[in-house]
Ligand binder design. Structure first.
Ligand code: SF4
Ligand code: SF4
Length: 381
């Protein structure tokens, strides 16, 4: 029987909750490489916004791991929409970098290329530090989400995709069911061995970057992300049927989605007045490509059209730098004379080139011709 632990906690006492999680789900990390992946969506004050996993939960997880004799610990994430290629900044602003200390890695600089078949045949770059780790500990933030309804343990794996690759899936997965498929595909790439969810200061409303916070004061843990999210749905007041990716996980038998078959230890009472987003079909603005603001199809079209834009004045290529060329997982960038050369059609939007440029000479800018051609294709879909 799957087990999910729901522990009443605060940030002051979360070390005890984390210890309980490790006791309930023992894992042997001795001599092994352990990857800790947070949810680091974007920069913000961690005391007033629920954008990211709180640094105190991260600290508790790392302190606990230090007592368990791991061979190596690495901690990081890939960042979201507004910060592609700028992970370091997000980690600094949210105190996650100083908390991770010597364990911090910019995961976006070490990628592994995979070929996905679903929901689209596509080459993607994922976080090698996580997918190839001996032990993967996922430390997500408890959130509701306008498209995926919940942003919990399974959704944290969407962050295995770096940079604007995420935008590519948002742009192309017009229907929530299609977007659910990519969540499940990324979950299957590397299911976490243990999930410890920060549900102390959670997010409510239309996440993933809703300004609404909710003090739930819980840490939720399990060795099965699907079971954990099933319990999360219950706490927030959803049925499994309301959550497209949980419906899919159920159909694919990827984990336990039957509450009666989950051993829930702790108080998982539904919070009746939690601000729950409406069904994605009704509420999510880019369902028909007619949304506005930060979730519109225009917004994502621009991001899908992002390409590296290298400043000839600042670039140190002629002086011997080729960091962006070396990191590019698809050889879209190659050595040139003044600046590196770009083969636009080979760019998969991973953002690694911007992450590694130490001279602030590489930015992302929308390719106008590509934007125009995408706009024409939209009319036909
Ligand atoms: S990493 Fe930056 S400075 Fe180095 S070659 Fe690339 S764009 Fe130029
Ligand atoms: S040019 Fe290469 S490194 Fe840069 S975003 Fe495209 S695929 Fe990634």
């Amino acid at each position: 029987m799957r087990k999910v632990l729901v522990i009443d906690s605060t940030y002051e006492t979360c070390r005890e909750a984390v210890d309980q999680a490790f006791e309930a789900f023992p894992i042997d990390v001795r001599g092994k490489k352990v990857a800790v992946k947070m949810n680091a969506l974007k920069a913000g004050d961690p005391h007033t916004h629920a954008y990211v996993t709180d640094y105190r939960i991260l600290r508790a997880v790392l302190e606990k791991l230090e007592t368990m004799g791991p061979g190596e610990i690495v901690a990081g994430d890939s960042v979201g929409t507004e910060s592609y290629g700028n992970s370091e900044y997000v980690f600094e602003q949210t105190r996650l970098k100083e908390t991770a200390g010597s364990y911090y890695r910019n995961f976006n600089k070490n990628l592994k290329v995979l070929e996905l078949e679903k929901p689209f045949k596509r080459k993607v770059a994922v976080l090698k530090d996580v997918v190839d780790a001996d032990v993967y500990i996922s430390v997500p933030k408890m959130k509701t989400h306008g498209l995926t309804i919940l942003s919990g343990s399974v959704k944290n794996n969407f962050g295995l995709l770096t940079g604007a690759q995420k935008a590519w899936y948002h742009y192309n997965s017009i229907k929530p069911e299609v977007f659910a498929e990519i969540l499940i595909e990324m979950y299957k790439v590397r299911p976490p061995d243990l999930v410890i969810m920060d549900g102390i200061m959670a997010m409510e409303g239309y996440g993933p970057s809703s300004p609404e916070v909710r003090w739930v004061n819980k840490v939720v843990a399990s060795d099965n992300a699907v079971a954990l999210d099933t319990v999360l749905a219950k706490i927030i007041g959803f049925q499994v049927e309301d959550v497209p990716y949980l419906r899919l996980a159920r159909a694919m038998e990827l984990g336990e989605t039957d509450l009666s078959a989950i051993d829930v230890i702790g108080d998982a009472t539904t919070i009746e007045d939690y601000h729950r987003p409406g069904p994605p079909e009704a509420s999510y603005s880019y369902r028909a490509g007619i949304g506005s603001g930060s979730t519109s199809i225009v917004f994502y079209r621009e991001r899908v059209s992002y390409r590296p834009d290298i400043s000839a004045e600042k670039c140190q290529h002629a002086e011997g730098c080729s960091s962006c060329v070396d990191v590019c997982p698809t050889n879209a960038l190659s050595k040139g004379t003044g600046t590196p050369l770009l083969e636009s059609s080979e760019c998969i939007l991973c953002s690694a080139c911007r992450e590694v440029c130490e001279f602030e000479s590489l930015e992302f800018a929308p390719d106008e011709a590509l934007m125009e051609s995408l706009e024409k294709q939209e009319a036909a879909r």
